[in-house]
Design a protein around this ligand. Sequence first.
Ligand code: CAP
Ligand code: MG
Ligand code: MG
Length: 488
Amino acid sequence: MATEKELLKSLNDKQKAYVDLKLKNPKNGEYMLGVFHMLPGGDLNMLQAAAEIAAESSTGTNFKVQTETPFSREMNALVYKLDLKKDLVWIAYPWRLFDRIGNVQNILTYIVGNVLGMKEVNALKLLDVWFPPAFLEQYDGPSYTIDDMRKYLDVYDRPILGTIVKPKMGLTSAEYAEVAYDFWVGGGDFVKNDEPQADQDFCPYDKMVKHVKEAMDKAVKETGKKKVHSFNVSASDFDTMIKRCEMIISAGFEPGSFAFLIDGITAGWMAVQTLRRRYPNVFIHFHRAAHGAFTRPENPFGFSVLVLSKFARLAGASGIHTGTAGVGKMAGTPTEDITAAHNILKFVSDGHFFNQEWAKVPENDEDAIKIVHEDEAHHIILEDDSWRGMKKCCPIISGGLNPTLLKPFIDVMGSTDFITTMGAGCHAHPKGTKSGAAALVQSCEAYLKGISIEEYAKTHNELKKAIDFFSKKKNKSVEQAEKTESSS
Ligand code: CAP
Ligand code: MG
Ligand code: MG
């Protein structure tokens, strides 16, 4: 294996300008940092390929150009570390490169844009990122958080229990609202549209909103409990997205009783940040459909669930789906999904390569440091009421969960500070949605009492039926996947 010295000697003039393996203190505040798994393409070695990536993701192109200036060179991204055994590359990005009004779309266009298509690499996956404190100040971060939702629902010290209405599509607006009503009266807190819900002729958006309002009013009256509905406001264009938001607000939902769901990958980061900036008092629910194209472990190009989740917090999502750590139906591993969940929840947390502080906490501020390290505060309010930290973004845990899997997931997560949304896990219950919701509530009660669900099911029939049904009929495709995984 070539030494760093030999690798350095192999660089051409242009590549040399994008490498500094002696970069003093990359965490000096000038750089956003990234770590990639990378395999060089063509006949390039690791350092040559990494330099090409740093060039393309900052100021360069495939040749050194005559039009460079001393200042443009200061904006060069720099390869500052290599791990040749693990095929890892560390790159420092002068963050003045980025759109200064806090623009996530712009950053991703640089660091996982063209570079994913370059012939100079045979693999390029962004595994972790680090944001310097002053950089964080440019970004909104979440405004309305799960803490606000807990206050509204009066639900503490347990997950917020939710569902996705199923079938995924095909119900009329009245039928849709009926399912939501059944879940709420069954004891559930939170109902979401599924990620493709929009304005379909069999379920017109305005009628869906109207029927959900009636269903919610009825459920709140009957249960005496507040309820929340997360409406998918993703649309073909911003005007339509905003129109849908305004339709919900003018339908008379009280603040706190509704969230805006956005398909952040397919609708885009501009949509996420538009919603955050226009509706700071609404829970912005980031659904990540299509993230697998970038994040699946077997995909050599893209970025990790951790990276996606950190940028979602930066963009101001109140919550994002972070995966069930292999407990549910989607591909995902505990390390990846749980690291992501902790990184968006906590104030200070370890990533795969970086320990991220989501705030500028001056060394001498003993009180602030005490709050941060003691109660994992997610924001510090200064005397002048300005934020000095980025609030939490909550994990939304979905994908193939059912009441028998709630505790196994909590055990892996190590916290109940999340929203869970179970679709089939509720509506496939042999006794229907209301019982499915009751079974979810009972499985949560059992957890909180420290009783096994089997024990609790002896006196809770809906849970018993759920255990009989879901334990036996484990999702065939998951079983198959597990079999192939274990045999490979
Ligand atoms: C779950 C779900 C969610 C996925 C998203 C679905 O339904 O509504 O969109 O969970 O995956 O459409 O599959 P089920 P993730 O509860 O019936 O599985 O949370 O991993 O982003
Ligand atoms: Mg700020
Ligand atoms: Mg869905």
